[in-house]
Design a protein around this ligand. Sequence first.
Ligand code: HEM
Length: 103
Amino acid sequence: MSFVAINVLTVPPPMREVLEQRFANRAGAIDEMPGFEAFELLRPAEGQDAYFVYTRWESREAFEGWMSSQAFGQGHAQASADGPAATGSQVWTFEVAQAKARA
Ligand code: HEM
């Protein structure tokens, strides 16, 4: 079963546009990583201040491989160069226990 890693970013409302723009210009380096399955940027809909950066992988090893790759640095070049839009971040990891996706 797959492995899910979510980066929970605390983003003050005035910085939301900056964050979303950075993701709109994201490097896409993750897309071709071995074991990469999916990415979603989840915008808070009900007044929370946390964006979820959802990633799904074939295995924990695939996620860890990306984290220690050059692609991870390439994927975070804007945040590194211009400073973070988020005031906090926390990584939550999960094993997918059950799943269903409509074809
Ligand atoms: C201090 C921690 C982190 C912060 C503040 C942060 C913030 C950001 C920002 C602002 C971007 C937009 C692109 C850019 O900056 O060039 C980005 C890209 C991305 N982040 Fe993070 N990030 C962090 C760590 C992580 C971690 C641990 C994950 C794993 C779930 C993650 C997942 C992603 C993904 C999938 C992308 C797109 C990469 C690509 O297109 O190649 N981030 N992140």
